[in-house]
Design a binder for this molecule. Structure first.
Ligand code: C2E
Ligand code: CA
Ligand code: CA
Length: 637
């Protein structure tokens, strides 16, 4: 009696099971099925060892015990292949439920063969060359196994899309190794190699397939976004109520500045650990600055929420520095507010980009109708922007700019307009520009506006009307696109517009936040001859030294700097305005005052030395033809 092969197989299997047991697993159906597969194959190995022992002591052992060991061995072999088959089926299926008829067909071979295992006859060969069992019981199981192998291979081929190439190769080679050994065993029944076949098969599949590492997020010691996705898929399919609780770090920038760029994940890691002590739920690293939990039990959810109201988290870095990150907790009730995985992911994306929407007094915010309405509005606007971009549907309006000294209209600011096709009203750029920025559409939008300006200028040769230049807004997000100078140059060449005719407006905050790339782009465009305006001066809180670092030809004073001077008790505001104007003029830059609505504003601003004036006093932004007519009339050409 030689059991070295069986012992080796058991060692291999033990390592796999040990590795599997200590790793983070997902509470998914597929994971459970894989666990059953591992368990049955493990029992199978031990049972084979037992059968060898009993058959070699057949003379002294209770025949019933001997038969029982063989039954367990043969039965679990059958189950092992059956569960492997089920595992492949589940992975290949989006909808986990199946019809009763299909289910019956699926379990028929298993049922018949298991009945044979319980009641069927089994014979024992006792020879000089070795001992083994045979007979109808074993044969039926072999047939059943063969059927499940065929089912599995068929699924792997028919539903190839659900598996990576690596996965398919792993399963097919695992099965092949087992089959080769099984056939050899049929020819040489005394060899007793079954356990080796099973363990090798499990090993091959395990190493490249249901490896729990697939789902681990090593940096935060949680489960990764893929795991989160799978988990949500399974929950949304069940159509039962569940909650997704999300913990979102808001002050990512502060953490990066204080501790370093890679520290956010460490904060998330510690947060997950702290949450782990509150709840037994699995924690997922769902998005870059977010961790999440998925709970389906109503009672458990409510107790956890109560605990979370008082949950306090302080981050400790390696050097002992402590920091309390700003963390928002929001709950999405599914399927009420999100029916599919995509819905959840979109909602999280939206919350991540618009955390202000969660500004409430309570610690935990449950997402409600209002947030959904807002989000849907954003989606709707996004759709409108996309359609407008695809169908040349954007309009550009021009707001005349008046030169105080020359007393005529010398330029205009180009302002984009987006029409809501349903209500036929315009949506404010203050709403849709940030959405275009978030959705990655601002580049295309900015390009189209720029091209329209160039085309209009060329077609009407607007310089003939006394227009010296046009101001075009460039968003901070667009400003850091490496290709920007090249693209803008292309349009100017196409329409033969001299770069001096273009003045690019960049907001104060953008020029301080976006750093070097914007500066490089500005330098390249300036080298061509383009000029620049700092937009909305006075609204941001960037330091003034920025103005010395990056050169602007023009500074646009925001209305919030101007209007208070004309209100009651506006003396202080006036001091600020006067000094700002003096400083800018001393720096050799010119000034445009925005939001000029009243005669008295015109007079005072002109007196203070402001070069250009823009506002409703002169005109609102108007369509291109109208703008030309306006300039023609006012400049009396
Ligand atoms: P902005 O660059 O500060 O543009 C000036 C805004 O003030 C315009 O609003 C204009 O209509 C408004 N305005 C002008 N004069 C007056 C006035 O006397 N009183 C009042 N109350 N408002 C006045 P608009 O067109 O709604 O644009 C809002 C913002 O959207 C712009 O602010 C700009 O930041 C952005 N934007 C507009 N067009 C574009 C574009 O083509 N590209 C980019 N990136 N942003 C744009
Ligand atoms: Ca502007
Ligand atoms: Ca402005």
């Amino acid at each position: 009696m030689d059991i070295r092969i069986q012992l080796t197989a058991i060692v291999i299997m033990s390592i796999i099971v040990w590795n599997y047991a200590r790793s983070k697993r997902l509470p998914l159906i597929t994971t459970r099925v894989f666990g059953i597969f591992l368990m049955t194959s493990g029992i199978n190995l031990v049972a084979e060892l037992a059968t060898i022992d009993t058959i070699y002591h057949i003379e002294i052992i209770d025949p019933l015990l001997n038969r029982f060991c063989h039954q367990v061995f043969i039965g679990t072999l059958n189950l092992t292949i059956f569960w492997l088959h089920m595992y492949v089926e589940y992975r290949a299926k989006e909808q986990k439920r199946e019809s009763v008829r299909k289910f019956l067909i699926r379990v028929t071979p298993l049922t018949i063969s298991m009945l044979m295992v319980v009641f069927g006859p089994l014979y024992y060969y006792i020879g000089e060359d070795g001992r083994y069992s045979y007979g109808p019981m074993a044969m039926t199981v072999y047939v059943s196994i063969f059927i499940y192998v065929c089912f599995t291979v068929r699924t792997l081929i028919a539903k190839a899309d659900y598996f990576t190439k690596e996965m398919r190769i792993a399963i097919l080679s695992g099965i092949t190794v087992w089959l080769v050994i099984a056939i050899y065993q049929l020819i040489h029944p005394t060899a007793l190699l079954s356990s080796m076949g099973v363990s090798l098969m499990v090993l091959i599949i395990y190493l490249s397939y249901e490896n729990p590492r697939e789902y681990a997020d090593f940096e935060t010691q949680t489960l990764n976004p893929r795991a989160f996705h799978l988990m949500l898929t399974e929950h949304t399919e069940s159509k039962k109520r569940f909650y997704v609780i999300n913990f979102m770090i808001e002050d990512v920038e502060v953490i990066q500045n204080m501790f370093g760029y890679s520290e956010v994940v460490k904060v998330l890691g510690q947060m997950a650990k702290s949450l782990g002590t509150l709840s037994i739920e699995k924690i997922y690293h769902s998005k870059s600055n977010m961790i999440s939990m998925v709970i389906s039990k109503e009672k458990r959810y409510h107790t956890l929420i109560q605990k979370l109201e008082n949950w306090d988290f302080v981050y400790h870095d390696e050097k002992g520095i402590q920091y309390k990150p700003k963390c928002k907790i929001c709950v999405i009730e599914c399927p009420k507010y999100a029916k599919s995985v995509d819905d959840v992911m979109h909602l999280l994306d939206y919350l991540k980009k618009n955390p202000q929407i969660l500004n409430r007094s309570s610690r935990v915010v449950e997402i409600g109708e209002e947030v959904i309405r807002n989000k849907n509005y954003v989606s709707k606007v996004e759709g409108l922007i996309r359609t407008a971009l695809d169908t040349d549907g954007l309009d550009v309006y021009y707001q005349p700019i008046y030169a105080a000294k020359e007393e005529c209209f010398v330029s205009a600011e180009a302002l984009v307009r987006l029409k809501d096709t349903e209500t036929l009203g315009y949506i404010s750029p203050e709403i849709f520009i940030p959405i275009a920025e978030q959705k990655g559409l601002i580049g295309e939008l900015g390009n189209q506006v720029f091209e329209k300006v160039c085309r209009f200028a060329r077609e009407k040769e607007i310089w003939k009307y006394g227009i010296k230049y046009i101001e075009v807004n460039i968003s901070g997000v667009q400003g850091i696109d490496q290709d920007l100078p090249c693209i803008l140059k292309g349009y100017m060449q196409k329409y033969e517009i001299t770069p001096e005719f273009i003045n690019i407006e960049i907001t104060e905050t953008a020029s301080t936040k976006t750093g070097d790339m914007l500066k490089q782009n500005m330098e390249q465009l300036r080298a061509l001859g383009c000029h620049f305006s700092m937009d909305d001066f006075g609204t941001g809180y960037s330091n003034l030294s920025q103005m010395a670092k990056v050169h602007f030809e023009l500074i646009k004073l925001d209305k919030s700097l101007i209007w208070p001077c004309f209100e009651e008790g506006g003396t202080e505001a006036k001091v600020i305005l006067e000094n700002s104007i003096n400083m800018i003029l001393q720096l050799g830059m010119k000034i445009v005052a925005e939001g000029v609505e009243k005669e008295e504003q015109v007079q005072m601003l002109t007196k203070l030395g402001v070069n250009y004036l823009q506002g409703y006093f002169f005109s609102k932004p108007i369509p291109d033809e109208q703008y030309l007519a306006f300039v023609q009339q006012k400049n009396a050409f």
